[in-house]
Structures are given as C-alpha cells and as structure tokens.
Design a protein around this ligand. Structure first.
Ligand code: SF4
Length: 301
C-alpha cells in the first residue's frame, strides 16, 4: 500500500523507514492510484515537461493577446527588454513564467500544475533551473514528482482551488511545489525541501482570488511571475538552513484556516479586490457589452 500523503511528517517518516528517496513514495502512489507502470509514469512526466516547455516557446514567439485586451504580449516585452533589473537569468525566469501563463489565458495548451491559473510557475522555474544548472531531465522529473506530493498534502489539508482557498491555494501551492523541486534538484535534503515549502507558504499566505471580469488574466498572469520569484527566494533561504520556524505541516494548516475564513468575494467570484475596483468594473462592463454585441440578431433567425 502506497503512502497516502496525509502530511509532511508522515512522508519523511515513510521515506526513512523504507529507505526511499523523497520522490519514490510519490511514484509508488501514482503507480497504485493510476494502475500504470513506472515507465508509463516517467513517460507521462516527460510529456508534461515537454508541454510546459512548448507553452513557454509559444508564449515567447506567437501573438499573445486576449479578446479582453488585458493580455498583450507581456512575456515578449519582458524577454526583449534591454534593462535587466537583476540578471539575465532572473529576466528569463519572469518572462517564461509569464509566457506559459499567457498561453493559458489565450486558450492555448498548458499543464495545469496544480491548476490552469497557476500554469506558468512550474514551467518558468524548472526550465530555467535546468538551463542554469545544466541538469539532466531525470532530476527535473523527480522534482515534478516531489511537487506532486506537496500538492497532494496541500489539497488534503487546505485546497488547491482559488474558488475554495483564494489565490494562495493556486499560485501559492504552485510556488510551494516549485520551491520544493528546486531545493531537491540542487541537492537539498528532506528537511531543507520541506523548509522551502514552509517558507513559500508563509510568503503566499492570505493571497485572495480576485480576477478582473472573472477572466484568468489580471492579476493571475503577473502573480505567476511573482510566485516563480518567491519559489527561488524560498529555495535560496532553505538551502542556507534558515528555518521557517513554523513547521511545514502547521503552515499548511494555517493556509487551510485562512482559506476557510476568507470571505466569498475573494474566492473567484470577481466581486472583491482588484475585480471590484473602478477600472476592474469598467472592464467587466465593456466585456459584457462586447459579448452582447456578438450574440446573433433574433430577427436574422
Ligand atoms: S487570482 Fe484566482 S483565478 Fe487568478 S490565478 Fe489566482 S486563484 Fe487563479
């Protein structure tokens, strides 16, 4: 019977008792739950990583503008900007996270990891990590499995859906998955990996879901970029053995508690936060008028 990802303490204990690497119980779980072979799981992971990289390419090379006008080739503008605020690698990280997410907002093909709203974070972070550190794809795929284990626990103890737990559940969970994968891929031990997850959750805690006009565009796209940056800052802190102080399982509990107590208007209803601003409301109204104008004329039928 595979480990069921009840909490981080149990995951670590299971690994120690069975002398397993951190990704191996997730592989067992996938084999068990999906009734597939290990080879099939690895192939599925490799295919998913390919789709992630394709989404980045699409977002950086093709026209990414949405009907609402809120998405307008932002990733390309960042990638082509002559000003690097920190380093060329940081600029690439940000442009890639934006690129994959813009593809989602423009109805293209992405991997929902863990959701479509957060689909730029793992592609941006892991592709950049692989490139900067010249890592084998196998290490990235193992990192993806660890990310899946992290998401399984968050799903049980809190939520992965903006409509249930706010944006902390979507972009926050994706950032936690990414920071755990980064620390693993750079040789961190289990405590460092889980510490990175705890730090990331602390940084993303309380983030509300407030998409303007109910479209997964603003602020979703820029939040994918900031979540990617937070996953790297968390990994850097955790790999330096700076403690999150609050253990990871307690951070996840806090995330669940915050999500539960969040008012409904901050849970994908487009009634609060940025969606409720004057500009947000004007955009929502103009999109509604566009939609009405596009409806077929009854006299023509
Ligand atoms: S704001 Fe809401 S819809 Fe947008 S990414 Fe966050 S959770 Fe998803």
């Amino acid at each position: 019977m595979a480990y069921l990802f009840n909490d981080f303490t149990g995951w670590k204990k299971y690994c120690e008792e069975h002398n397993l690497k951190l990704y191996e119980p997730v592989l067992e779980y996938e084999i068990d739950q999906k009734g597939r072979t290990a080879d099939q799981i690895w192939k599925g992971l490799s295919d998913a990583f390919t789709v992630m990289k394709e989404a980045i390419k699409t977002g950086l090379e093709e026209d990414m503008s949405s009907r609402s006008g809120m998405v307008n080739n932002g990733a390309k503008k960042v990638a082509q900007n002559k000003i690097s605020v920190l380093s060329p690698e940081f600029q690439q990280l940000i442009s890639r996270a934006l690129a994959a997410k813009e593809v989602n907002s423009c109805m293209g093909r992405v991997v929902a990891a863990p959701t479509a709203g957060a689909s730029g974070i793992l592609p941006g972070t892991l592709f950049t990590l692989q490139e900067v550190h010249q890592l084998d794809e196998r290490v990235i795929l193992e990192g993806l499995l660890i990310g899946a284990g992290i998401a399984l626990i968050i799903e049980q103890k809190a939520s992965l859906a903006g409509a249930v737990g706010g944006c902390q559940a979507e972009t926050g969970s994706a950032a936690a998955m990414a920071s755990g994968a980064i620390v693993y891929a750079l040789g961190g031990d289990i405590d460092q990996i889980f510490n990175a997850v705890a730090i990331t959750i602390q940084c993303m805690l309380g983030l509300v879901c407030d998409p303007v006009a109910g479209l997964v565009e603003v602020p979703c796209i820029v939040r994918n970029a900031s979540a990617a940056a937070i996953s790297y800052s968390s990994a850097q802190i955790a790999l330096s053995n700076v403690s999150a102080v609050i253990p990871v399982d307690e951070c996840v509990e806090a995330m669940g508690e915050v999500g539960q107590s969040m008012e409904t208007r901050y849970k994908e209803t487009a009634m609060g936060g940025l969606a409720a601003t004057k500009t947000g409301q004007t955009i929502a109204k103009s999109i509604l008028i566009q939609d009405i104008e596009m409806l077929p004329d009854e006299d023509e039928n």
